[in-house]
Design a protein around this ligand. Sequence first.
Ligand code: TMP
Length: 206
Amino acid sequence: MVLITLEGIDGSGKSTLFASLKHTLSDLRPVFTREPGSTWIGEQVRRAIAEEVDPVTEALLFAADHAAHLETVIRPALARGAPVISDRYTDSRYAYQWATLEGILPDPLAWLRAVHDGWTIPPDHTLLLVLPVEVALSRKIKAGKKEHFEEAPLLARVQEHYLHLAGEDPSRFVVMDAEKGEEELASFAEHVIREWCESSRSRRRR
Ligand code: TMP
């Protein structure tokens, strides 16, 4: 059916948007899921992030979580024709681990892509929330939630990477200005997701 992903740096409002979509799109009966964390492997990944393992181990753990996520959630949902909406997916690895592996591997993005090659399922559509890094960090500080990846220079690199990925694949990405109001973002996202689900249903009917 259709695989839709939400991406953005920490503090971009992605999780708030995801929560709102769960409510407004419930009639479409999509499968709402997330990376990391929909499997027990995801729980181990969260532990590894908290304990700060080395970047190669961390990248491989995120990829392992993705493999388990595909097998247990994504493939079965797509096979029964349900739309899938995932809070983070492969582009999180390409954007974040590209940044954490810089200086460790000669071409982190090529390595990360090779790790996923042949078994991942590319998303059909991706909503990318973009905003100034200082605004994202100030939101996290206000919420008292600053974590592992939330340093300004690293997040700035991650966001550059997201924009690079969006530039490479403009037909898949919709870039959203995350400084807009929550309601405006939520209603725009709801609208485009409904259109994507409808066009995927009419393609299947043909
Ligand atoms: P979350 O805050 O959206 O739950 O994500 C947890 C953190 O993990 C967040 O800082 C982004 C990071 N992350 C990666 O670095 N690589 C990945 O592949 C994924 C899925 C998340």
